[in-house]
Design a binder for this molecule. Sequence first.
Ligand code: PHE
Length: 341
Amino acid sequence: LKAKYLDLIGAASDEAALEDLRVQALGKKGEISLQMRELGKMSPEQRQVAGPALNALKDEINAALAAKKMALADAALDERLKSEWMDVTLPGRRRGAGSVHPISQVTEELIAIFADMGFAVAEGPQIESDWYNFDALNIPGHHPARAEMDTFYTHRKEGDNRPPHVLRTHTSPVQIRSMEAGGAPIRVICPGRVYRADYDQTHTPMFNQIEGLAIDKDVSMANLKWVLESALAAFFGVPVATRFRANHFPFTEPSAEIDIQCSWVDGQVRVGEGDSWLEVLGSGMVHPKVLAAAGVDPDQWQGFAFGVGIDRLAMLKYGIPDLRAFFESDLRWLRHYGFSA
Ligand code: PHE
């Protein structure tokens, strides 16, 4: 009996099997329990021999069960340790942190710089009516500027009689909208996306401009020059000389294209030094017809407007050669220029 149970216990593969064996041997109707019951029927002499033997057997089986139970638990723990181990010497896993896109960053910088000079931020829609994008800005239907701007036109279904809309080709329509809304005097900058059908290293079909508008009783070109030179110095961190070149925009009179001072070193441009010039801005005194179209009396008010490419400024400030990279969401590129962790 002893050998039988010790063998069975040794072979048991889990706790449930052990419990079965315990019941089979020592349970109420277990093999050993039944034999214990027989003791009462024996003579005292027989009992004196059989009693201690049975008790010893019972103890031995209990001990064997307990030992096997421990062994099974140890094995289970070993198994877990083998499958659930962790190498604490492995380097941690990097988590990329998001960051502000360079264009957004530069836009915020410019907003802060102009805010210091009293300019509020104004915005307008990117899908703009013909009227705001062209006519109100003194660009009538036949004007060559419409063709020059590589305009994206929106498609209208047969029977749709709403006025034609375009993807705005510049932020200048926001001049009209903000004068309509606030009248004069006014001082606003209008950052935002603009669209032209053009694509190469320095042109993308969507890009960003910031428009400036200052209207008051006696605002002049001299004020424009001061505002721009102050803003450029704040933006680039060095004084930047400007050069005004006569030019034509339908919505300003007189108009000037503005170049900034720079030098070229090994194909890299450096702003604020040297004797080269880079065209970055369009500007001028707001045309009386534009004021009138926006409901501002040109006999009482005058002022300047300018428009500058935000992407261009970002390229210049950070030495980025290809404009298209701004819109490719390549994390390696963002990291290279320090824009992402
Ligand atoms: N809207 C012009 C452009 O996109 C820039 C400009 C703005 C010129 C304001 C004069 C005044 O090229």
